[in-house]
Design a protein around this ligand. Structure first.
Ligand SMILES: *Cc1c(COP(=O)(O)O)cnc(C)c1O
Length: 359
């Protein structure tokens, strides 16, 4: 190992998919593989989950859907839904790639019906987030109109805004609003839950759940969950060992000054590899059996780790930045963010290695 490496465990991914299926009971588990499957790699993720039984996948962008079709190939048939819906001029592209748009506005419904007559679609209804989706009253007027007649409406969905807080009241109120709308579209199946909602309450599941982060090992409530296995591990080798004498600074801006003589390992991972700069002052690396503090600022290519108590550390010793010993939820919290952003930013430069069956 000569540089930072992201190791991605496809068997752990399959185990997390099984855990989510156990949680979802009768509801379908439709993996969310947007943003290159949160940085894990949409191709390997979708192929393995297809082998495990997944037949519906969600992406955010039209281009992600086109790429996923290529990744799945002609023999792996699956529904691919695009959360952005039908942006201006996208109807023909959606049809050509066999993608199902999640229509987000009356204007999108019209544009898609014009550009892809008879095409499959889903409808996003906003039940309390003011992000994407028709307002409930717009959905009602759509149900009473003939504007959907030329389309094949398969799904009605909404999205939870507060499920990760474990505050069931907010999520239950959204579910009640969705149920009121869903009865107006009796032929469509219904979907509401992300990862957190899936673990929150069975009453919220409807026909299908849409987990992302928990497939990739992040806990549903922004903290580690024993039902899930880590999928991504970021490791890097020690490049050099140094001695910082009392009063000497380490790294940019002299942000850390050694209070006593310290043995410092310089590790080949920085924010270009996914070791977030905001870990400065609060982060750890796992090396030689223990978590040891990062010293000074995280720079683009390098970090410094206090290995004063680890005399066995040598150039080449492998250091974990997150993974089985440093859960992504805890590392993300130390960096002031969430596991989703941590994963999405990882592996910008580093080597990616897949372990476990591809499926
Ligand atoms: C990203 C997303 C999800 C998955 O969310 P997680 O919190 O990662 O499980 C589900 N539904 C929609 C609409 C999304 O945008």
């Amino acid at each position: 190992m000569t540089a930072a490496r992201l190791t991605l465990d496809l068997d752990a991914l399959a185990a997390n998919y099984a855990a989510l299926r156990a949680q979802a009971l009768a509801a379908e588990v439709a993996p969310v593989v947007k943003a290159d499957a949160y940085g894990i790699g949409a191709g390997p993720v979708a192929r393995r989950l297809w082998a495990e039984g997944a037949r519906t996948f969600y992406v955010a962008r039209v281009a992600e859907g086109e790429r996923l079709r290529g990744d799945l190939g002609p023999e792996r048939t699956a529904d691919v839904l695009v959360l952005d819906g039908c942006p201006d001029g996208a109807a023909e592209r959606l049809a050509a790639a066999g993608l199902t748009p999640v229509l987000n506005s009356l204007a999108q419904v019209e544009a898609y019906a014009r550009g892809a007559p008879g095409g499959p679609c889903a409808l996003h209804v906003d039940t309390g987030m003011n992000r994407l989706g028709l307002r409930p009253e717009e959905a009602r007027s759509l149900a009473q109109s003939d504007r959907l007649r030329g389309l094949d409406l398969r799904w009605v969905l909404s999205h939870l805004s507060r499920a990760s807080e474990q505050d069931r009241h907010a999520s239950s109120a959204q579910a009640a609003r969705l149920a009121e709308i869903a009865v107006l579209f009796p032929d469509a199946r219904v979907s509401l839950c992300n990862s957190a909602g899936t673990f929150l309450d069975q009453d919220l599941h409807f026909d299908q759940v849409r987990p992302g982060i928990s497939l990739y090992g992040g806990g549903p409530f922004d903290r580690p969950d024993p039902r899930l296995r880590p999928v991504a591990t970021l490791t890097a080798p020690v490049l050099q060992l140094r001695t910082a004498r009392p009063g000497e600074a380490v790294g940019y801006g002299a942000a850390f000054v050694a209070p006593r003589t310290l043995r410092v390992a310089i590790v080949a991972a920085g924010y270009a590899d996914g070791a977030l700069r905001s870990l400065t002052g609060g982060g750890y690396a796992f090396v030689e059996g223990a978590s040891r503090p990062l010293l000074g600022r995280v720079s683009m290519d390098l970090i410094a780790v206090d290995v004063s108590d680890a005399p066995a550390v040598r150039p080449g010793t492998e250091v974990e930045l997150w993974g089985p010993n440093l859960p992504i939820d805890e590392v993300a919290a130390a960096a002031g963010t969430i596991a989703l952003e941590l994963l999405v930013r990882a592996g910008a430069r580093g080597e990616r290695v897949y372990v476990g069956a591809e499926g």
